[in-house]
Design a protein around this ligand. Structure first.
Ligand code: GZL
Length: 329
């Protein structure tokens, strides 16, 4: 090999090694992707452990942090905003590199986020959004488009009743009051069904995203509503709780009462394959790897998108059995 060819080979090998380090990829010499050798510490405040979706989301975040060589300080807020605020203040005291969290509700964050900003600790939102008008309070928001999820739920229903004129009585199990998914899934759904007056939401109440509460509220709906055609549940855990109530009332879920759900967890796919849920609008909890990449970029001072939406689909009953073995959560 000529001297020139050998030199070119060495040079390209050098470039390959340096770019691997600089990109913060798995070959990188440092977790923060800057090649500085500093191991990133991230404070993560999780909503709680209220649903199968949340369990999968927590695992995804924890596994991704380990894989990325990031030290994760994890706090479970048990669905209480005051616990999340306390956790964020503790992360500020501990001088973590980045704070990431899924806000249990949309409002009431400006004060504590200003404290993080004053401490020069960047904040990344994941899963749920805040309604802060001050865009300087967080660097980016990675998560689903809940309005779109609600629209997809509404679109399925409109198609089901195309050409029919009888009234369609809907009961709605809302997610946690004040949370972005509850507000937006309701907004997207009602925006679609309002086009046809036969669709009527005859009862709507929060089931707080849990099976137990979903069952309890569905029992109340069954007692108070003379005719229920459809249940729209803002997540699978409430739908699965409602299925128990419907069956205990001697009715067939998926047949006597059609069920529209959101999330796409394995247990819901099983219920769909048994004909008990009619459609499931997917909401992807596996955000961990994207979140860690985003955190590294934010810490390294790189430009990042303000809003990163996750990819997700819609699954109907006829697709459930085939899809179930491949479901990752
Ligand atoms: C949605 C997430 C919601 C899920 C529920 O991104 O915030 O919270 O739909 C979970 O299952 O409890």
């Amino acid at each position: 090999m000529s001297k020139r060819a050998a030199a070119a080979l060495v040079a390209s090998a050098m470039v390959a090694v340096l770019s691997a380090c600089g990109s913060g990829g798995s070959g990188g010499s440092s977790a923060d992707g800057t090649g500085s050798g500093h191991k990133l510490t991230v404070g993560f405040s999780q909503v709680g452990a209220e649903s199968g979706w949340r369990t999968a989301n927590t695992k995804s975040v924890q596994d991704a942090a380990k894989k990325a060589g990031i030290t994760l300080k994890f706090s479970d807020a048990q669905q209480k905003q005051e616990n999340q605020i306390k956790a964020i203040r503790s992360f500020i005291q501990q001088k973590v590199d980045v704070i990431a969290f899924s806000p249990v509700v949309e409002s009431g964050w400006d004060t504590v986020l200003k404290e993080a900003k004053d401490a020069k600790i960047p904040v990344v939102l994941t899963d749920r959004a805040v309604d802060s008008k001050d865009e300087s309070l967080y660097a980016s928001f990675l998560g689903s488009d809940f309005v779109e999820e609600g629209k997809r739920a509404g679109d399925w229903l409109v198609k089901q009743y195309q050409g029919k004129t009888d009234a369609v009585n809907i009961v709605e199990l809302q997610g946690t009051t004040g949370s972005a998914p509850a507000n937006d899934r309701k907004a997207g759904f009602t925006d679609v069904i309002k086009a046809d007056s036969k669709f009527k939401i005859v009862a709507s109440q929060t089931g707080d995203f849990t099976r137990a509460k979903g069952k309890e509220v569905m029992q109340a709906f069954l007692k108070s509503q003379p005719k229920i055609d459809v249940l729209y549940a803002h997540n699978d855990d409430m739908a699965l709780g409602a299925i128990q109530a419907i069956e205990e009332a001697g009715k067939k879920p998926g047949t006597d009462i059609k069920i529209i759900s959101v999330d796409g967890v394995k247990d819901a796919f099983t219920a769909m394959s048994q004909g008990k849920i009619n459609v499931d609008v997917e909401c992807n909890p596996l955000l961990g790897d994207q979140l860690m990449d985003l955190i590294k970029k934010v810490k390294a001072g790189e430009q990042v998108p303000r809003r990163i939406k996750t990819e997700e689909g819609v699954f109907t009953q006829d697709q459930a059995a085939a899809a179930l073995p491949n479901r990752q959560y």
